[in-house]
Write a protein that binds this ligand. Structure first.
Ligand code: NAP
Length: 281
């Protein structure tokens, strides 16, 4: 299968970011699966994927070393996203955590560095550290993860808060709460949203409505779930270690859902009608 060209969105900075990437949670947790995990990421890269999402938390840093092995000499073609843990997200701690991630990733810069979720360190300190890292060229952009509507409003009011480039949140057909307020806010503020656990870690794939839509397109439930998210204008980062899953998921980029498909999915997975607290995994 040839490498494909993956569409991009514009970050608020105007830099392009691919709409499709590879997740790495649960990678690096066992030496026995390491070679397979590197191979899965390399397989995705060979097929044209240029965004990889990781975090210092995943495999206690080991996932970042897997990303480094998979990216190898292709570093300039890959958009790397990593995350600082809230416990490390003080002004100094964020910088130190980033330096450790850079070493594990065997690179001199992270394309997009996120606060993994809100913790006890003041947001202003984390943002100040992000700005220091950006000025030093160690990160090219920064953003947040698991920020709800009120968190985003608070961030936008903080000094340099408007430099935030993305919010990565749990979003899929079975978790549509963000459509009530957070997603509209992000759209209004031109803030790209990254949807994590886009296939609900596989748990949603047996749903009849997904199978029905998939059958109409000779597609699979995972492809329908991902195509629906892409249609919503968000970035998807499915994780797969099985090479067949890597290939299958990429097929979502070729699937165009019809209005009838979308209506059927809305009936099976209704959108929210009132505010809901942000779900997290
Ligand atoms: P996910 O991508 O929704 O699902 C991954 C699981 O689904 C794996 O067990 C994978 O199996 C399986 N799978 C993948 N493609 C499949 C297919 N076509 N058919 C059947 N099963 C399939 O879940 P996720 O890993 O939680 O989320 C994706 C990424 O988002 C993470 O890896 C991570 O990078 C990021 N994330 C971020 C946060 C945050 O707080 N910011 C939280 C969670 C996740 P195999 O591995 O065996 O192929």
């Amino acid at each position: 299968m040839a490498a494909r060209s993956i569409p991009t969105v514009r970050l608020p900075s105007d830099a392009p970011m691919p709409v499709y990437g590879l997740g790495t949670w649960r990678m690096g947790e066992s030496g026995r699966t390491r070679a397979n995990e590197v191979q899965a990421l390399r397989h995705g890269i060979a097929r044209g994927v240029t965004l990889i999402d990781t975090a210092e938390m995943y495999g206690d840093g080991e996932a970042e070393t897997i990303v480094a092995d998979a990216v190898g000499g292709d570093r300039d073609q890959i958009f790397i996203v990593s995350k600082v843990l809230p416990n490390n997200a003080s002004r100094r701690g964020t910088v130190a955590a980033c330096e450790r991630s850079l070493k594990r990733l065997k690179t001199d810069r992270i394309d997009l560095y996120l606060l993994h979720w809100r913790g006890s360190h003041p947001l202003a300190d984390t943002v100040a550290a992000f700005e220091d890292l950006r000025a030093a060229g160690k990160i090219l952009h920064w953003g947040v993860s698991n920020f709800d509507h009120d968190d985003m409003q608070e961030l936008a009011r903080a000094p340099h808060g408007k430099h935030c480039q993305t919010n990565q949140v749990l979003y899929n057909l079975t978790r549509r709460g963000i459509e009530f307020d957070l997603l509209p806010w992000c759209r209004t503020h031109k803030m790209p949203v990254m949807a994590y656990s886009p296939i609900e870690q596989g748990r949603m794939l047996g749903h009849k409505a997904l199978a029905d839509v998939a059958r109409r397109h000779e597609a699979t439930p995972a492809q329908v779930a991902l195509a629906w998210l892409l249609r919503q204008g968000v970035i998807v980062i499915p994780k797969a270690t099985a090479l067949t899953h890597v290939d299958e998921n990429l097929g979502a980029l070729d699937l165009t859902l019809t209005e009838a498909d979308v209506a059927a999915l809305d009936r099976a997975f209704p959108p929210p009608t009132s505010p809901q607290p942000l779900d997290m995994l």
